[in-house]
Design a protein around this ligand. Structure first.
Ligand SMILES: NC(=O)c1ccc[n+]([C@@H]2O[C@H](COP(=O)([O-])OP(=O)(O)OC[C@H]3O[C@@H](n4cnc5c(N)ncnc54)[C@H](OP(=O)(O)O)[C@@H]3O)[C@@H](O)[C@H]2O)c1
Length: 293
């Protein structure tokens, strides 16, 4: 049987995932948006499906992805239920890392299958997201009636499915934001720090920041906490103090971020056996006030 999918919410994730499903062999019924024109843009991007006139049309699909923003999810579900009786066997899913399945309860009450599929992937725009999604993990949630189809939806999109019990959703989503949005913000601070240090030339500060960050993340993937290198790993408090001074002169926000991150790096180095007097010297450098002026 061909699986027919509808998407409510033709935004970044909705477009990126729908295009991967089209490429994975699913039939795309279409998109329902809020802004005039957003669903038509999504249809163009995916090269499939059509603009749906209202939530009632989504009831014709076997699978409905509700890919609206987290704050709009409950209202979109309520509108879908108000628009007509959902098919009992249809699977309705969201892609939110923040919400559990309670937000889909009005659909479950109509006998629908419900679930969630959260890709661990930043999707800043549909095209980049479509590219980056390949091979990323996706956390699935759903009852036994939903999980088989959820796994198929994940694998056909090129994602690696994981089913985890007992997740604290807010804490899980905070960890996602720390890893993804934190890395993006850190890369930007590093770009600004390179530029302030005199690294000029078109895009060179950006290239230096992301090349180094990418290599460090590769090292972390291979060696975990053993990947720590640099002055803190060596226990060099004088260099750490000089770094904090230099960053403070260029941009106090970069100094504050470096100080917070290096406080954790010192804990990592200590756990790996850095001698106590070096740990104490590093902590003293971190505790020093920023120079004035
Ligand atoms: N972006 C990411 O990096 C990412 C990664 C993993 C998971 N997610 C999850 O994916 C979901 C969507 O996030 P996003 O970043 O794709 O958001 P987004 O780009 O802001 O897209 C949200 C879309 O929902 C539409 N919408 C809002 N209310 C609607 C309604 N009542 N009916 C129909 N359409 C409605 C908006 O339509 P208009 O444009 O017409 O206003 C917009 O196209 C969220 O649950 C988020 O947590 C996102």
């Amino acid at each position: 049987m061909t699986v027919r999918v509808a998407v409510i919410g033709p935004g970044r994730l909705g477009q990126a995932l729908a295009r991967r499903w089209v490429e994975g062999g699913f039939e795309l019924l279409g998109f329902l948006g809020r802004r005039a024109g957003s669903a038509a843009e999504a249809v163009r991007f995916c090269g499939a499906g059509r603009v749906l006139a209202g939530p009632a049309e989504a009831h014709r699909a076997h699978v409905v992805l509700v890919a609206v923003g987290d704050q709009d999810l409950a209202a979109a579900v309520a509108a879908a239920v108000a628009a007509g009786t959902p098919r009992r066997c249809a699977l309705w899913l969201h892609a939110s890392g923040f919400h559990d399945l309670a937000v889909l309860a009005p659909l479950a009450a109509h006998g629908c299958r419900t679930g969630s599929l959260h890709p661990l992937c930043p999707i800043p725009d549909p095209r980049t997201g479509h590219r980056l999604l390949a091979g990323q993990p996706a956390v699935l949630a759903g009852g036994p009636r939903s999980l088989r189809l959820l796994r198929l939806l994940a694998t056909r999109a090129g994602l690696e499915p994981y089913v985890l019990g007992g997740l604290d959703r807010a804490a899980y989503h905070a960890a996602c934001a720390l890893a993804a949005n934190g890395a993006t913000a850190l890369a930007d601070l590093a770009r600004l720090a390179f530029a302030a240090a005199g690294v000029s030339g078109t895009g060179l500060a950006q290239r230096f920041a992301t090349a180094l960050a990418r290599a460090a993340l590769d090292a972390s993937a291979a060696a975990g906490e053993r990947a720590l290198s640099g002055p803190v790993a060596r226990g060099d408090a004088a260099v750490l103090a000089a770094h904090l001074d230099a960053l403070g002169r260029a941009d106090p926000r970069a100094r504050a971020a470096h100080r917070a991150l290096m406080a954790h790096a010192v804990r990592m180095a200590e756990a790996q056996g850095l001698p106590a007097e070096r740990v104490a010297a590093l902590r003293a450098a971190l505790a020093a006030e920023a120079p004035r002026g």
